[in-house]
Structure formats: C-alpha cells, structure tokens
Design a protein. Structure first.
Length: 114
C-alpha cells in the first residue's frame, strides 16, 4: 500500500497523539535494559520478551487511542469515521498492521516527531 505525502501529513497529528497518550517514550525509557553480553541468543530472547511486553502495553491502553486509530484508518481509506467503525474488524486490523509495517511511513513519522 502506498500512502500519499498528503495523507501522511494528514495522519501525522493522530500518530503523535497516539505516541503521547500511550507514553511510548516513557515506557521505553522505563523498560530499557543495557545488555552486557555478546550472547546473541540471550539478546534475541530479551528483545522478544520486551517486544511482547510493549505490544501488551499498547493493547492494555487501546481505549485511550481508539479515536485516533479510527481517524487514521478513515484518512487512509478515504472513508468517514463511522464507515470505518462499521466495517469488519479484520479489514481495520489488516490495514493498521500494514501501516505499522510500512518502513518508509514509519521513517517519515520518526523524522517528523524528532
């Protein structure tokens, strides 16, 4: 899926709001671990555990960002928020997952919030 520059700028405020509401920076800093090992298996295990914990943190707090998620999906799909709310959940989840896996879009957001 290719997101136009205009749509990327349209969804940027919602993405920033999600980051703030979920206190992602605080969560990351609070759970940051210095890994003093060259054991790649141990590093991978710690990263997997932290990744799972981070996903759980997001899932526990989804009610805080539900509006922003609907807004982002509505912009991307050129639909109203009500249309997004009434569409099948698998469509919404797959689209949001696709957006999160878009490396160029994520790079854009990362640069924009710096």
């Amino acid at each position: 899926m290719i997101i136009s520059t205009e749509k990327a700028f349209d969804i940027l405020p919602y993405a920033v709001s999600i980051i703030e509401k979920l206190d992602m920076k605080g969560y990351i800093l609070q759970n940051k671990e210095l890994i003093n090992t060259e054991d790649k298996d141990k590093v991978n295990k710690i990263m997997d555990e932290k990744g799972f914990d981070f996903v759980m943190h997001i899932l526990k707090n989804t009610s805080k960002v539900k509006t922003e998620v609907f807004d982002i999906i509505a912009v991307v799909q050129d639909k109203s928020v009500n249309e997004v709310k009434s569409q099948p959940i698998n469509i919404t989840i797959n689209l949001f997952k696709t957006l999160l896996q878009d490396t160029e879009l994520m790079r854009f957001f990362k640069l924009a919030v710096k």
